[in-house]
Design a binder for this molecule. Structure first.
Ligand code: AP5
Ligand code: MG
Length: 198
């Protein structure tokens, strides 16, 4: 089965488009942001540590984050057998290398990276709106600015990393949600003819 990384700035639509990919291809979804927010809500030790980074818009350190992802995969190995959308991981080159090592244990790899490209002003607007609607704690203007800066400095170099591997699919992430989903489908099915819809 095929594994995908959905990649893009904060608020670029990774979660929204993951839902579309799940219903279209029947993949499993692992969002590291959701895993961490679950720990914060349950008040676990990891949640307390994660909150201290997330509330400042900083990344959780690689070594800890890689352990968290490894334990998610170990607890549900059948996910990798059926294909996973990794949402929010990797966010650094070190995490990308670790993901390859983890997937190699399951004789698998990252088959494609879906890069949602959206201008910063639009990202800010989306997150401000969501903050008002849902109260998500890191959707305030100061933390949003920090998340964007971290994205440009630490995460966006992954674009070149995956482009060099021929895996990066640049997708215009602005506009109608269903149209973006169609752009993703077209880009993936051109490159991966074996990709089966549900
Ligand atoms: P994470 O939860 O991954 O947050 P993020 O990357 O900031 O992205 P979001 O979840 O905010 O946005 P999204 O791209 O999923 O977009 P969505 O579909 O929700 O990470 C949070 C934090 O956890 C990080 O800052 C970090 O501290 C930590 N963390 C997580 N993973 C880590 C890792 N690997 N290493 C280290 N630290 C890590 O859409 C956003 C909004 O826009 C929604 O309201 C949606 O309805 C709307 N929307 C979506 N599409 C459209 C559209 N086409 N038009 C208009 N509105 C739209
Ligand atoms: Mg998300």
């Amino acid at each position: 089965m095929l594994n995908f990384v959905i990649f893009g700035g904060p608020g670029s639509g990774k979660g929204t488009q993951s839902d579309k990919l799940i219903s279209r291809y029947g993949l499993h979804h692992i969002s590291t942001g959701e895993v961490l927010r679950g720990h914060i809500a349950r008040g676990t030790e990891l949640g307390i540590t994660a909150d201290s980074y997330i509330s400042k818009g900083q990344l959780i350190p690689d070594e800890l984050m890689i352990r968290v992802l490894a334990s998610v995969l170990e607890s549900e190995p059948e996910k990798v057998k059926n294909g996973v959308i990794f949402d929010g991981f990797p966010r650094t080159i070190e995490q990308a290398k670790a993901l390859e090592e983890l997937l190699a244990k399951y004789n698998s790899t990252v088959h494609a990276v879906i890069g949602l490209e959206v201008p910063d002003e639009e990202l800010v607007e989306r997150m401000i709106n969501r903050g008002k609607l849902t109260g998500r704690a890191d959707d305030n203007i100061d933390t949003i600015r920090q998340r964007l800066s971290v994205y440009h400095n630490q995460t966006s170099p992954l674009r070149d990393f995956y482009q060099a591997e021929g895996k990066y699919h640049a997708i215009d992430g602005s506009g109608d949600v269903d149209q973006i989903s169609e752009r993703i489908h077209k880009s993936l099915s051109d490159k991966l003819p074996g990709l089966a819809e549900k």
